[in-house]
Design a protein around this ligand. Structure first.
Ligand code: S3P
Length: 447
């Protein structure tokens, strides 16, 4: 089974300041979509800056299994020769998506309206995550899924032979559900409509348009209504993947909480559906500047400069902001422990079904570091201890979750006593150069 390498414990301790420039790898969401849409186009799609983390490599392998040619031509440079919408071949073996919820859910959508059958699995984290949120709307197109209790992996999906277009209102604020429905809609005749109550990341819609599909989005009383015209011929594209704002969040927050730090993180994608953390940090009083703001490949982008911020205050993040910073709550929780006063994160129930139950994982880990927290089903409260005030000196369980591991390693750089994580190997799924990059900035990471 693919997934992570050897289990490895790591420890972070207070050292000098973090200083210098950090080259963040490509955006994970955009990387998955580049490979999948490239595989559904007719002809050669070229991708630059692809994230070469395990999650994305598993998606590349899956696209080969469905018949696309996927080739690495250099570091971050990839070529995909697609089979066209409806052209997927039947994989001859089980598709192993490792740790990736985005990978498996988008691929299930992409194959659901083709007459092929595939069985999906993943690591222990992915096998515990709910898939019904995707297989239910895919059933409306005519696909059939048989999985374990609660729709969990391993799961076999039988694609629809005569797919129907669908109108679906997503019950959860999830870009993965939205994307699975839109990708399935590609091979259904007529118009597929997806309605989301709250806007979630819109990379799929943007990229579908780039590949030549007709996609319209409209904000109505009911929410955001997205309409896709089915059975387009997708034209291959040249894609430059922006750097991942969710990965940038780690060196940025580490710099804000570590005395004397000054870190520049160039070329970060600041799509408004992803940028909630950065606005939150400014509200907290972080010394964070957006330099050289520009647009590249249709995505807003800037160089971020983060300096040690000793006077950050706790705040409340409102539920309507949760989707735009959903992956950043673990590092925000770590940072909040170093601010003055309490931080309340509201409307964050979706964190319970990520790579781990992130509310619980952060709450237990912070407690082990001497921080007071409160959780409800839908919220997390962290009582800040001020700059340099977190005791540390504990071991946090990473629970096969890259963002939990990175959050505690960042916290260890600012805590009084070292912070350990029991397994840092999941970091390779999204940010393979995290450890060398942080060390180059001056972080004392051991293990
Ligand atoms: C992602 C969507 C989010 C996010 C994940 C990436 C995507 O998940 O947490 O890391 O690329 O569509 P949900 O759609 O389940 O919120």
């Amino acid at each position: 089974m693919s997934g992570h390498g050897e289990r490895r414990t790591m420890t972070a301790r207070k050292g000098g300041p973090l200083r210098g420039e950090a080259e963040i790898p490509g955006d994970k969401s955009v990387s998955h979509r580049s490979l999948i849409l490239g595989a559904l186009a007719v002809g050669e799609t070229r991708i630059e800056g692809l994230l070469e983390g395990q999650d994305v490599l598993d998606t590349a392998k899956a696209m080969r299994a469905f018949g696309a040619e996927v080739e690495r031509t250099g570091p971050g440079s990839w070529l995909v020769r697609g089979v066209g919408v409806g052209g997927f071949a039947e994989p001859s073996d089980v598709i192993d998506c490792g740790n990736s919820g985005t990978g498996v859910r988008l691929i299930m959508g992409a194959m659901a309206t083709s007459p092929v059958t595939a069985t999906f699995t993943g690591d222990a984290s992915l096998r515990s995550r709910p898939m019904g949120r995707v297989t239910e709307p895919l059933a409306l197109f005519g696909a059939r899924a048989v999985g374990r209790a609660g729709g969990r992996l391993p799961l076999t999906l039988v694609g629809a032979r005569d797919p129907l277009p669908v109108e679906y209102r997503s019950p959860v604020p999830s870009a993965q559900v939205k994307s699975a429905v839109l990708l399935a809609g590609l091979n259904a005749p007529g118009i597929t409509t997806l309605i989301e109550a709250e806007p979630t990341r819109d990379h799929t819609e943007r990229m579908l348009r780039g590949f030549g599909a007709e996609v319209e989005a409209e904000v109505t009383e009911a929410g955001r209504v997205i309409r896709l015209v089915g059975q387009p011929e997708l034209r291959p594209l040249s894609i430059s993947v922006p750097r991942d704002p969710s990965s940038a969040a780690f060196p940025v927050c580490a710099a804000l909480m570590t005395e004397g730090s000054d870190v520049l993180v160039p070329g970060i994608g600041l799509n408004p559906t992803r940028a909630g953390l950065y606005f939150t940090l400014r509200e907290m009083g972080a010394d964070l500047a957006f330099e050289n703001e520009r647009e590249e490949g249709g995505e807003p982008m800037a160089d971020l400069r983060a300096r040690f911020s000793p006077s950050m205050r706790g705040i409340e993040t409102p539920p309507e902001r949760a989707a735009s910073m959903i992956d950043e709550f673990p590092i925000l929780a770590a940072l909040a422990a170093c601010a003055e006063g309490k931080t309340v994160m509201r409307g964050v129930k979706e964190l319970r079904v990520k790579e781990s139950d992130r509310i619980n994982a952060m709450a237990r880990g912070l407690e082990a570091m001497g921080v007071r927290v409160e959780e409800t089903e839908d919220s997390l409260t962290v009582h800040g201890m001020g700059p340099g005030g977190v005791p540390g000196g504990g071991m946090a369980a990473a629970r096969l979750d890259h963002r939990i591991a990175m959050s505690f390693l960042c916290l260890g750089l600012a805590a009084k006593a070292p912070v350990s994580v029991d397994d840092a190997s999941p970091i390779d799924t999204s940010f393979p150069n995290f450890v060398p990059l942080m060390r180059a900035l001056g972080a004392a990471l051991e293990g």
